[in-house]
Design a protein around this ligand. Structure first.
Ligand code: HEM
Length: 382
C-alpha cells in the first residue's frame, strides 16, 4: 500500500501544481470569494437559482461560473492530495511502530519525510485560504506556488529513494558532486520563487525584447519597490500603482536567475555525464534545463499564450524533480545497521562500511558492478 501511494503521490502532486498554475494564469484565484466553499456551496454556482442565491449572499463579487469551477476543481484535487499524503504518513508511522528495532535509514527517513510533507500540505491549505481572503497578495500567491513545488520535491525524493537502485553508481566519483547537486536544488527553488514573483506581479510582458530588456542589458529599474514583499497586487507599499521600473526589475532578475541557473546546472550536468551510473539523470537534467529556458524565452516572444505559460510551470516542476534525482544519485548510500549485521555477522555495520570504503577507493561501484572483485551488496537507503 505504502509503495503504491508513493508512485501515485508525486504524479498527483504534479497534476495539482499544474492545475494551480492554470488557476493562477486564468485569473481564477478569486473565482470563489469564500473558502473552503464557493459562494457558500460545494460547487461553483451554475443554475439560475444558484446564481441568484450567490448574488444575494455576495453582492460585491461578480459571478464567473468558469472561474469558480477552475478554482473548485483545484481545491478538490488539492484536498485529495492531502488525503493521499495523510495515508502515506500513517503508513510510514505504522511501519516504524511495528519495527521499532529496525534502524534502517529507509524507515527512519520515510516517516520523518512523510511527517514533514504533511506539515507542508497543511501550510499549503492555509496559504490557499489566505490567497482568497487576502485578495491575491503577491507574497502569498508566490509562497503557495513554492509550497506546491516543495511538496512535489519531497514526495519525489521519497519515491526515488524507494524505487531507484544506485547499484551501478561509481560512488566515490559521484559523491564529489553531492554538495553541488544540493546547491542546484536550492538554486532551482530560488528561480521558481523569482518566476512566481514575475507571474503574481503580472510582470511577464513588461519588456518584449530578449536578451535585452527595453533595448538595454541593464535597463532603468526600481528594485526597492519591485521586491517589497508585503504589498497589494499591482501597488507600491504606499498604495500607488507599481511603476514600470519596479516591474522591469522583477522581470530582469528572473532572466538573470535563468542565466545563473543555466551556467550552474549546465556545468554540473556535463560533469555528471562523466560519472558511470549517473549519466541518465545528468542527461535528463540537461534536456529539461534547455527546454525550460527555451519555453521561458518563447513565453516573452509569443506574448504569453496560456498553454505556454502553463507549460513553463510544468517545466519548472520537472526541472526540480530532475535536480532532486541527480542529488539522490550522487549522494552516498547510507547503510542499514540491521542488514549490515545480517551480511557481516559479528563485524557488523562498521565492517560493512570499511569493507565498502576499501573497495570504493579502489574504484568500484556500490554493488561492485564495475569491478572484477564483487563485494557484498550494501543495503541502499531511500
Ligand atoms: C531554468 C530556468 C527557469 C525556471 C526554473 C523558471 C521558472 C518559472 C516559474 C516557476 C514561473 C512561474 C510560473 C507560474 O506562474 O506558474 C516563471 C514565470 C515566468 N518566466 Fe521563467 N523560469 C526559467 C527561465 C525563464 C527564462 C529564460 C525566461 C525568459 C525571459 C522566463 C520567463 C518567464 C516569464 C515571462 C514568466 C511569467 C509567466 C506568467 O506571468 O505567466 N523564464 N518562470
Amino acid at each position: 500500500m505504502y509503495r503504491k501511494l508513493l508512485v501515485i503521490a508525486p504524479i498527483f502532486t504534479l497534476i495539482v501544481v499544474v492545475a494551480g498554475a492554470y488557476t493562477r494564469l486564468t485569473d481564477s484565484g478569486l473565482g470563489c470569494p469564500d473558502w473552503p466553499g464557493c459562494y457558500g456551496q460545494w460547487t461553483a454556482p451554475d443554475t439560475a437559482a444558484e446564481v441568484a442565491r450567490a448574488e444575494q449572499r455576495f453582492p460585491d463579487a461578480p459571478i464567473d461560473s468558469f472561474k469558480g469551477w477552475v478554482e473548485m476543481i483545484h481545491r478538490y484535487l488539492a484536498g485529495t492530495l492531502g488525503l493521499i499524503i495523510l495515508a502515506i504518513a500513517a503508513s510510514a508511522w505504522a511501519s516504524r511502530l511495528r519495527k521499532p528495532s529496525n534502524n534502517a535509514d529507509t524507515v527512519r527517513d520515510a516517516h520523518w519525510l512523510a511527517t514533514g510533507v504533511l506539515v507542508l500540505v497543511a501550510g499549503q491549505a492555509m496559504l490557499g485560504m489566505f490567497t482568497v481572503t487576502l485578495m491575491l497578495k503577491p507574497a502569498i500567491v508566490t509562497s503557495h506556488l513554492l509550497g506546491g513545488m516543495l511538496i512535489l520535491a519531497v514526495l519525489f525524493r521519497m519515491a526515488v529513494g524507494e524505487f531507484v537502485d544506485r547499484g551501478a553508481v561509481a560512488i566515490e566519483r559521484a559523491a564529489r558532486l553531492a554538495p553541488w547537486a544540493a546547491g542546484g536544488v536550492a538554486l532551482v527553488l530560488g528561480q521558481i520563487m523569482l518566476g512566481g514573483w514575475v507571474s503574481t506581479n503580472y510582470a511577464a510582458l513588461v519588456c518584449l525584447d530578449f536578451p535585452t530588456c527595453h533595448g538595454s542589458l541593464v535597463p532603468p529599474m526600481d528594485f526597492e519597490h519591485g521586491f517589497h514583499v508585503l504589498r497589494e497586487l499591482g501597488e507600491a507599499p504606499d498604495g500607488s500603482p507599481l511603476s514600470h521600473e519596479a516591474m522591469t526589475a522583477i522581470q530582469w532578475t528572473h532572466r538573470v536567475g535563468a542565466l545563473v541557473i543555466t551556467a550552474y546546472l549546465g556545468t554540473l550536468g556535463v560533469r555528471a555525464l562523466r560519472v558511470p551510473g549517473v549519466r541518465g539523470a545528468a542527461l535528463g537534467l540537461l534536456v529539461l534545463l534547455a527546454a525550460q529556458v527555451g519555453i521561458g524565452v518563447l513565453n516573452v516572444a509569443w506574448l504569453l499564450p496560456l498553454w505556454l505559460a502553463t507549460l513553463h510551470n510544468l517545466g519548472a516542476a520537472l526541472l526540480l524533480c530532475a535536480v532532486v534525482m541527480l542529488r539522490f544519485m550522487v549522494s552516498r548510500p547510507a547503510r542499514s545497521a540491521s542488514n549490515a549485521r545480517a551480511s557481516y555477522g559479528a563485524g557488523g555495520y562498521g565492517a560493512a562500511i570499511s569493507d565498502a570504503s576499501a573497495h570504493a577507493s579502489a574504484g568500484v561501484t556500490a554493488t561492485g558492478a564495475a569491478s572484477s572483485t564483487r563485494v557484498p551488496r550494501l543495503p541502499v537507503e531511500g
